[in-house]
Design a protein around this ligand. Structure first.
Ligand SMILES: Cc1cc2nc3c(=O)[nH]c(=O)nc-3n(C[C@H](O)[C@H](O)[C@H](O)COP(=O)(O)OP(=O)(O)OC[C@H]3O[C@@H](n4cnc5c(N)ncnc54)[C@H](O)[C@@H]3O)c2cc1C
Ligand code: FES
Length: 322
């Protein structure tokens, strides 16, 4: 099992029932496979804030400076409850944003989650002062703004990667905190965010606070914003002439498929972030593969599996085969 692999490959990874204190860290082991995140660490992180964001949706703020410093928008981390074997495997969650302490230093990160099963049910009972085990940063992350018009398309809890990406594109924050990456100032940044109904829209106030970010909402039942699919908002933007567009999308697979179709028809660059279920999160188990079109001169139509956790979770729309 993955937990056993983790503990046996590294002498400093806490055992399931260990009493490691919050703030202790160690390096996630390298298996020598391509694409592995060599700067990933495992940390015991203390919960400092846990509050509702929307119906069945919560925000968890963790104290975990070492993991938060190198992370970039679109990357994720795995979370486990220390000392628990049910659920045995960690679960992946995307960065919502990093937070800084009163001295202005990066002190940890926040993520948002919706309660759907075992782990998220357990998370919902955590209170300030409790601890979780996390390891990361994992995955490739979104590339920084190339300029032009940026359109973020989010469905359900898929809005989580876009707060940090918007803050970065609009000059409010830099990632990674340790050595900020180059950003080309965009002419326009729009978040198109859709959910089943208004009560499931999470973090809208956070997005509205980002100076310069246009927030457009859609709900399936018409309870707020556009009555219909979020992809209809995207379609409207793609049909509006202007500077080159780059689309970034995260959400359920049917939404990603629709975004892919629109972006390919409009011939714009489009990045899709997958929410594939994962077991290890660091490239060892191959439980998370996606079909990716080869881009290396091999015959047309040829593809291979890529691990979403290390070679993703973000892939170019023209490469992804659903
Ligand atoms: C890179 C990445 C980033 C993610 N970021 C976030 C985030 O920021 N916030 C968030 O709430 N969730 C996020 N997820 C999804 C999150 O990992 C799952 O919601 C979580 O694993 C559910 O765990 P659970 O134990 O509560 O549910 P489980 O008990 O494992 O599963 C409950 C039910 O949900 C189904 N299920 C589990 N995971 C998924 C999935 N990914 N897609 C579709 N169905 C699934 C199962 O098949 C089962 O039917 C992310 C996933 C990935 C891969
Ligand atoms: S989750 Fe194990 S290889 Fe991706």
């Amino acid at each position: 099992m993955i937990t056993t692999n983790l503990t046996s490959m590294s002498t400093c990874v806490p055992e399931t029932n260990s009493k490691t204190t919050a703030g202790s860290t160690c390096q996630v082991p390298s298996l020598g496979l391509p694409g592995q995140m060599l700067n990933a660490v495992q940390e015991r992180a203390r919960v400092v804030l846990h509050e509702p964001m929307a119906k069945s949706t919560f925000r968890l703020r963790l104290e975990c400076a070492q993991l938060a410093r190198p992370i970039v928008p679109g990357q994720f981390f795995m979370v486990r409850i220390p000392g628990e074997s049910d659920p045995l495997l960690g679960r992946p969650f995307a960065l919502f944003d990093v937070w800084t302490n009163t001295a202005g230093e990066v002190a940890g990160l926040e993520f948002g989650y919706v309660v759907i099963g075992k782990m998220t049910g357990r998370l919902s009972h955590l209170v300030a002062g409790d601890e979780v085990e996390i390891w990361g940063p994992l995955g490739n992350g979104f590339s920084a703004s190339p300029g032009g018009r940026l359109i973020f398309v989010a469905g359900g809890i898929g809005q989580t990667p876009f707060l940090a990406l918007a803050n970065e594109a609009l000059g409010q924050s830099s990632y990674p905190a340790t050595s900020p990456r180059a950003v080309v100032t965009p002419s326009q940044v729009t978040l198109c965010y859709g959910a089943r109904s208004a009560e499931f829209l999470a973090g809208v106030d956070d997005f509205n606070r980002v100076p310069g970010l246009q927030v457009e909402l859609a709900t399936d039942d018409g309870s707020t914003g556009h009555h219909g699919y979020v992809t209809q908002l995207l379609d409207r933007h793609l049909k509006t002439p202007g500077e080159p567009v780059t689309v970034y999308a995260c959400g359920p697979e049917p939404m990603l498929k629709a975004v892919q179709k629109l972006a390919l028809a409009a011939n714009v660059t489009c990045w899709l972030s997958l929410e594939t279920p994962m077991a290890c999160g660091f490239g060892a188990c191959f439980s998370c593969v996606a079909k990716i079109r080869e881009d290396d001169g091999t015959p047309e139509g040829s593809w291979d599996y890529r691990r979403t956790c290390v070679e993703g979770p973000i892939f170019e729309a023209r490469q992804l085969i659903f």
